[in-house]
Design a binder for this molecule. Sequence first.
Ligand code: GLA
Length: 397
Amino acid sequence: MTETASTRDAARDLFATLTGHEPIGTWSAPGRVNLIGEHTDYNDGFVFPFATPHRTHVALGTRTDGRIRVVSTFDPVPVEVPLTDLDALFPSEGAPRVPEWSAYPLGVAWALLHAAGLSADAVTGVDLAFASDVPVGAGLSSSAAIEGAAATALADTWGVSADRVTLAQVGRRAENEAVGAPTGIMDQMASMLGQTDAAIFLDCRTLEAQVVDLGFAAAGLELLVIDTHVKHAHATGGYGERRASCEKGAEIMDVPSLRDVSVADLDRAQELMDDVTFRRVRHVVTENQRVLDTVEALRAEGPRAIGALLDASHVSMRDDFEISVPELDTAVEAAVAAGAVGARMTGGGFGGSAIALVAHDRVAAVSDAVTRAFADAGFAAPHLFTVTPSAGAGRDA
Ligand code: GLA
């Protein structure tokens, strides 16, 4: 049995234990790996993520009392509220008033009702039981996977005919306003739009998405994930600070967002701003260009041509955006030294995972080299696994 099928069973079993009956259906949504384009999404820029084979599954059943109850294998204490209380739970000012993880699915229910223009007493009550094999805190967007699973399940159940971009926006609103993490829309779009063996080239200003074949397998390549086990959280600290620096940089350049600054403008930017703000801006501006160059190189020459761009992206995050940590740098350096085509940290930073594009017959050697480098540096052993780009959110049964 695959991991994903057993995770779906875990969601069904949890549902049955909670309610004493079978769910009406199961839905799932993937996590994501971002190939390139980091901290560009909230600057109206470009990103290039794909969906992971790791998924969050949800089993759903209806109830007749207008309440919503959520439960997860990670925290089996159910959280239950009347749907009509959701507006009060997520006030526009102040912290959400629900226990930690339940803000994700309850926030999705709240945001979906608003997006669909539905009143809370016009829809059926629901029970939702979640199980996931997306590693939590690994920078692979376990949160977008919960949001995507909840959004597709609730939209189907409540008869909301929203398109996938709208459901991604619902997930993002839950994350920003219900959970309180000031993230962009990349993760939700990747989770909703993912396709097998392809990545999503997304313009975060227009939300126009192009599916681009990666061709890793045909080129004899694998995408290795190196989870450093250094936990990160985006509701706190560094992520919000970086976002504020980007807004400051755009204001100094007198543009709506850093998307409107090009590599050719960087000399002028350097004259106008302090060193730290300039380096934050330079990361975003050059990273946008690297996404465009990556897509072009892939299309023209295939995946072996993107290695240097991955490496340059990591250097920019390490030195200019300053969101790497020693474990991520060690992972990237050891992977490249052992023959990876290219490597970089992925996701929001301050921990989480690095990725390395590696020839099939070098995966074992690169993995050994990374594991050894961690041991030599006195770091806890990393978790290494390969991923293949997978399908986006949807109904499974
Ligand atoms: C996190 C956020 C995304 C994006 C990345 C950095 O994953 O959720 O919106 O900003 O960080 O690229």
